[in-house]
Design a protein around this ligand. Structure first.
Ligand SMILES: [Zn+2]
Length: 160
């Protein structure tokens, strides 16, 4: 096996592991599905993971860092795990994977659509006839919307 193939398999394995690390605020979705993992660098028995925080000021970063470290250090041949939060490039909601979007909708949390960031679809009935009623939802990352079709209020992630 060539060095490159070996490295690629390792990377895939690490992405699978990170897929087990959930977003503490939205426990149905992993940090991979949220598109938060920017880069994984492996050097011998040390790994560096660059993570893009989804929202500035979300108090979940410490928990994410701890979960990543704990889970990664369970792997054999792993001496140290470094988690670095980067803001360049900046995470945007476009990075959420299609599976991630589905899971968020199942959780009753809308994500801004990829082509129309100002348009938010109702996670219950998929209607686009929704109104913003409150910019601040249960966390700083979310806003509250109201669906005119099914008359349900719901939360949506703020587009950034
Ligand atoms: Zn609806």
């Amino acid at each position: 096996m060539t060095q490159t193939q070996n490295g690629k398999q390792k990377q895939e394995r690490f992405y699978q592991i990170l897929d087990e690390v959930k977003d503490p605020e939205i426990p149905v979705i992993s940090i991979v599905e949220m598109g938060m993992v920017h880069q994984i660098t492996v050097e011998e028995r040390i790994i560096w993971i660059q993570v893009m925080p989804t929202f500035l000021g979300c108090p979940a970063l410490e928990m994410i860092e701890r979960s990543i470290r704990e889970r990664m250090l369970e792997e054999p041949d792993m001496d140290e795990v470094f988690v670095e939060f980067i803001r360049d490039p900046l995470w945007s909601s476009e990075r959420i994977t299609p599976i991630g979007r589905e899971k968020l909708a199942g959780f009753g949390l809308a994500t801004p659509s990829i082509d129309r960031l100002d348009q938010v679809e109702c996670p219950y009935c998929q209607s686009s006839g929704t109104n913003l009623v409150n910019l601040f939802g249960s966390t700083a990352c979310r806003s509250i919307y109201y669906c005119r079709s099914c008359k349900e209020p719901f939360e949506a992630m703020k587009p950034i």
